[in-house]
Design a protein around this ligand. Sequence first.
Ligand SMILES: Cc1cc2nc3c(=O)[nH]c(=O)nc-3n(C[C@H](O)[C@H](O)[C@H](O)COP(=O)(O)O)c2cc1C
Length: 371
Amino acid sequence: MLLRRAHNLVCYWRDGSFVIQNYLAGPEVSLAPVAAEILAAFSEWASVDDVTASFPDSDPDSFRAAAGELHKYGFLVSAEDGDRDAELAETWQTWSPEATALHFSSKDADYTESAEVNEDFRAGRRTALFKNYPDADRILLPRSPIDLDASFVRTLYQRRTHRSFKQVDLPLPTLSGLLSMVFGPSEFLDGQDFGALMKRTSASGGARQELEAYVGVFAVDSIAPGLYHYNCLEHSLELLDAEFTREQAAHLSFDQAAVGEAAITVFVTAVVERMSSKYRAPRAYRVMLMNAGHLGQTFALTATALGLGPFQTLAFRDSELEDALGVDGIRETALYVLAAGLPDGRGEPHYTAGLAAFQKAELYPSKEQRR
Ligand SMILES: Cc1cc2nc3c(=O)[nH]c(=O)nc-3n(C[C@H](O)[C@H](O)[C@H](O)COP(=O)(O)O)c2cc1C
């Protein structure tokens, strides 16, 4: 029988033990580090006897037994084992191993509350829900409600990603309304063991509200440009860096013009412990990404309803952005970059051109192209 090293393996040390996991096939297994050397010899399909012969210093019987164990755990695969292994490598391509390891090793896991976690919360060991900069100069934002003359359906269809903006100031109530509607509390609740919790207009797994908003203000009536933290409880902007520029914001987003031209940019981070203190399984990472997506969509729809053009990107220089925000990237990590400004019209969709392109396009792959 021919064996090959599974494509979807990760090896690391956990609590001092060397562990290997085939994240498609099963849990991590603690092994002697020499297992990695044996696995390295099975890069291509090979028989155990051939590989055994290439380790003349090893006892052949124990070598064969070790190879058998590696096969049993799914670290070596045979043709008969089915080809899910190759299929995943082919389909997810360069996402492997980082995203695939996370995605597949956290699949099917129950990440909901445990008694132990509840006990921590009940005993008052709770992660702070709000972040503030008590010593920062702050601008208390107006709480006057904004008048939205926009129907829900119209807003949904009008939402478009905008990439160029008029160079005019946004009225202060527009920024203030946008921030409070997207990032501010819409309600508070008694989370029992989990303490007082906040709700927002977007759904958030476990109402953990691990997401923070930092605002690069570039063109807003009566607010000095700079980088601020949005204190959602107080509804204020806490000044972090008065020197923060459009150019810096654009650089942080790999020089995307939209970020450089927008009136404001919102950097969304996650305070990881707010989520990980309750949900201890890695699957909760995915909840965090979903939560950021929800806030992004609410941001885009609210901006649209306010007559603004929204933009969103995941193309940003994580480490530099985290430095600029003054967060460590581990306890608090950057997740999403949002921006908005008054659209200049150039980013509007061109329906006619779009339809013509669609008519010319090959809508279905030919038989030869089909896989
Ligand atoms: C998570 C995410 C990341 C995106 N990143 C970028 C980006 O880096 N640059 C960009 O120009 N557009 C980006 N977009 C915008 C998409 O290209 C855009 O949504 C898509 O073309 C559809 O157009 P629409 O938003 O106007 O419907 C991103 C959108 C999402 C949801």
